[in-house]
Design a protein around this ligand. Structure first.
Ligand code: ZN
Length: 213
């Protein structure tokens, strides 16, 4: 398993480094970005790190072998192409990138992002990633404090080719935007450790459901 906490705690102090363009399979994109935050200043990188480390602990407790794409929340990067390479190099059974969105303040909820077909690049990875995405969507809808998104995608699913981490994946891969940090209701929930722990358990349940086929 590969778990990828989006962004990193010192990205904001390394703008020139993270602005470097990297190839993402169908064009170029910045190596990394700073991410969003709640209105009160809880940063997305910290939320992602907290949820990801809870997911990793639960997966390892269940006997899974897990790689994390960054070792802490105090560095910068790695670039998005490198995050995909970590999952590919580990031959991960599934790769999940954990984020929270900076969406419209009136919109709530989570959505899962699945890779779109890029001819010649990722055809073999589309169907397994879609199965992983559906399993994750079902589990997070059932077991977290967040509804499926009221503003993005359809039924909690977005299919996209703008993410390097998905385009370059050779293993089943999805992103989850766990909540909308710009929405007051979601923000009041996601700052609570118990809410993040419940979310992490739901993510683990989704991964387990996918692996069980
Ligand atoms: Zn993000």
């Amino acid at each position: 398993m590969s778990i990828d906490p989006g962004h990193n705690g010192a990205n904001a102090q390394h703008i020139s480094e993270i602005d470097r363009l990297v190839w993402i399979g169908n064009g170029t994109k910045a190596c990394n970005t700073v991410g969003t935050s709640t209105d009160a200043g809880y940063p997305e990188h910290a939320f992602n790190w907290d949820v990801a480390t809870r997911v990793v602990a639960k997966l390892r407790a269940a006997g899974a072998t897990v790689v994390l794409t960054r070792p802490n929340d105090s560095g910068w990067g790695p670039c998005i192409d490198q995050r995909a390479a970590i999952a590919n190099g580990a031959h991960a059974a599934a790769a999940v990138s954990i984020h929270a969105d900076g969406g419209p303040s009136g919109g709530r909820g989570f959505h899962v992002i699945e890779p779109a077909l890029i001819p010649g690049l990722n055809a073999a990875n589309i169907a397994p990633s879609a199965r992983l995405g559906s399993a994750l969507r079902d589990a997070v809808r059932a077991g977290s404090s967040f509804p499926t998104s009221t503003y993005a995608g359809s039924n909690g699913i977005v299919v996209s080719s703008i993410y390097g981490g998905l385009n370059l994946a050779k293993v089943p891969a999805v992103f989850i935007e766990c909540a909308n940090m710009r929405n007051a209701t979601d923000a009041a929930l996601l700052v609570q450790p118990a809410v993040r722990d419940r979310l992490a358990s739901a993510i683990v349940a989704g991964i387990a459901a996918y692996l069980a086929g």
